[in-house]
Design a binder for this molecule. Structure first.
Ligand SMILES: [Zn+2]
Length: 276
């Protein structure tokens, strides 16, 4: 149910991310409700074998999420992202966003292993209705950080609900890079999830395959390369994925959009790097 084959590549639900991180770190997966945690039930997603198989036993895991960088934008801009492309050519699975294919719903899926019916986070101001990785990690004397800009899901949901609050001081992607690496250096957080939000903004404005979005895509590839270099040196295994994709609205004044169950909105590339 969590896995289906599409165009000969394995495709997994976004709900599989939290159980994959849990298996990599050797902790239990979050439960679908707080009550079910008491009787040992686990998230609806299941570990992704390709990733969990390589990352099991990792001391630390970081998720870096360039927002809205779905398969269709990735394939269009592959030549502009030499770093991400090199990772994806070596290792990639396709993930499918849960509905609706919007940012808070899918970041919530990544840290809970549940869809909207389970986690209840339709908007970034809401609280989780079920366990998250941030509830599980302290049981093991470990801690997780959520990183992102204020006003974005990274700052207003992930940072707010994490064990370590990684709200950036600067309200841009450079600020998210800075706070993520500072938390990794200072706290060696066992788990970090960082929303890199600028790609979503540019795709909304210009369109998800627009030449005008190209500089932002290139900048994001450089940012991912720098972050992986430093996080790798600090002993982190890294998972890179998007929360959802975008489709072109066909209206030059509106650029891109998302939220539907179309492949453009829902299929995202996911690649990973084992700890050094
Ligand atoms: Zn968006």
């Amino acid at each position: 149910m969590n896995r289906r084959v599409n165009m000969s590549r394995a495709e997994y639900s976004m709900t599989c991310v939290a159980p994959t991180v849990a298996e990599a770190l050797g902790v239990r997966a979050p439960a679908p409700t707080f009550a079910e945690a008491m009787v040992g039930r686990q998230a609806t997603g299941t570990p992704i074998p390709e990733i969990a198989g390589e990352l099991v036993g990792s001391a630390r895991v970081a998720i870096l999420a360039p927002d809205a960088l779905g398969m269709s934008s990735y394939e269009h801009f592959a030549a502009d992202m030499p770093f991400l492309r090199s990772l994806c050519e070596a290792r990639m699975v396709v993930l499918r966003s849960v509905m609706p294919s919007i940012t808070p719903v899918n970041f919530a899926a990544m840290v809970t292993g549940c869809d909207l019916d389970g986690h209840g986070v339709r908007s970034k101001e809401l609280d989780f209705q079920c366990e998250t990785l941030f509830d599980v990690l302290p049981e093991h004397d470990r801690a997780g950080a959520g990183c992102g800009r204020p006003g974005y899901t990274g700052g207003d949901l992930l940072a707010r609900c994490a064990n370590i609050n990684g709200t950036s001081e600067l309200a841009d992607d450079a600020g998210v890079e800075e706070v993520t690496l500072r938390i990794a250096r200072k706290f060696r957080a066992d788990f970090i999830i960082a929303q890199i939000g600028g790609t979503d903004d540019h795709f909304h404005r210009f369109g998800p395959r627009s030449d005008s979005a190209r500089p932002k895509v290139q900048e994001t590839d450089g940012r991912l390369a720098r972050m992986c270099e430093e996080l790798g040196a600090l002993g982190y295994a890294i998972i890179i994925l998007a929360d959802h994709g975008q489709h072109d609205t066909g209206d030059p004044t509106h650029g891109g959009s998302h939220g539907s169950d179309s492949d453009e909105d829902c299929r995202v590339p996911c690649t990973w790097l084992a700890a050094r």
